[in-house]
Write a protein that binds this ligand. Sequence first.
Ligand code: AMP
Ligand code: MG
Length: 529
Amino acid sequence: MGLKFDNCFIRELPADPITENYRRQVQGACYSLVQPTGVVQPKLIAYAQEVAELLDLSPEVCESKEFEQVFAGNQLSPGMESYATCYGGHQFGNWAGQLGDGRAINLGEILNQRGERWALQLKGAGPTPYSRTADGLAVLRSSIREFLCSEAMVHLGVPTTRALSLILTGELVERDMFYDGNSKMEPGAVVCRVAPSFTRFGSFQILAALQNTELLKQMADYTIRTDFPHLGEPSSSVYLTWFDEVCRKTAEMIAHWMRVGFVHGVMNTDNMSILGLTIDYGPYGWLEAYDPNWTPNTTDAGGRRYRFGNQSGIAHWNLAQLAHAILPLIGELEPLQQILNQYPSYFDESWLSMLANKLGLRALDEKADDRLITELFMILQFIETDMTIFFRQLSTLDVHNASLDDMANETLIAPLMDAYYVPEQLTEENMTRIAQWLRDYCRRASHDGTAWDERRVQMNGVNPKYVLRNYLAQLAIDQAEDGDDSLVNKLLDVLRHPYDEKPDQEDFAAKRPEWARNRPGCSMLSCSS
Ligand code: AMP
Ligand code: MG
């Protein structure tokens, strides 16, 4: 296949001495060698050509039988060495001990022609020593969701792991989707994920929990040298600058999620990438009506720990767990605590600058613009308002119009009408409140002085026209489960250019239809995947 492997992770870090594949607690090692199980009848459903290009793979190779075999886990290409990594994590706020790659099998790292390092990982290719009580497999629906969303995110400009391929296994997998005793046989699939590194906060936490400071240091030094080489040789002060960078990257990632209306759904510390990449697409969802309290994850419905509006706070909490884990490397809490205290300002800075772009303003001042911002989020949630359409349409307002005060509320709001889910909620009183905000906003934007077309380009570059709406993903799943993968490929294509207007693709920008309001898979998801 021509992939050039350089498997640094397993070369530099210690392996579990046991090579048999049975569930166990692993100590003194960062990974266990394990082979993918192999499947009866692999069938390629889709591949991302941009990711193939990163790996220097041609379309001919991606459409070959060999590709299907390798990325379903039936054979290893020369240079591949397969292994599962060990990590721990806090799940829903509680320390869960060893977790690890229970259904992910790494194939190694390649160096591409540009000299970039990319790690390859199969998800759903069979059990590993870290599978605990589960089967190591993945079903088609969750694999489609992971494949499409990782690629959608990258084109939206959100830091994320990538997905190379989506392959049906030809085997059935048993899942009880809502943990209610109604299990079903579902088609199995394997996704090949690609990232510079899959290291998680939990990769350090497990070593700290096992009080293996020596290995913790080895893992941290390896990560700094490989994933943060610009920081220089590891030392006490470099550990701190490293932690600071992790805080900044995480803040930036969350600000992007808030910008595009993404809810991760399971922000456990094992699902937090050390590189600030969105990782582990499970019961995630996209905001339809703007609602900071919304969580797509039914498993989280009680506490709503991972609701949209709580994501930055949770990231902060997760970073505190990481700080705690690397404390033995630094010896004193104070400098780590100081960096951790900076996190809210890192987030605010990223978010305010993104919000300014969303509104087509040069900058926002937290104090001077407080009223404008607060009222914006009030009018977004006091009646059901599609976040994506609202911001996208905002760029069409003529903010320099001199007769704003004389304009009827209806005329002013007209460009936004498509964002509203429930027409009856548009009472005169509510319209007056929205129109008032629009007038304030127009005055503020006009005062900024940016020309109309320039402002529009600025806004349309950060307010997507197309996102992977929950119901769209579900439609693609329904069809693929019936053997038709065309919508999966169509969505992959539409989501390549999320900021471009495409008149023939208007359907994909439509707000959630009523049938999808309470449909499982659209508004309700579980961790079962
Ligand atoms: P999650 O929070 O969904 O990313 O997964 C938590 C832990 O459960 C991780 O260690 C996963 O590898 C593991 N896991 C999830 N699903 C499976 C599965 N079907 N088989 C084995 N391990 C799994
Ligand atoms: Mg996970």
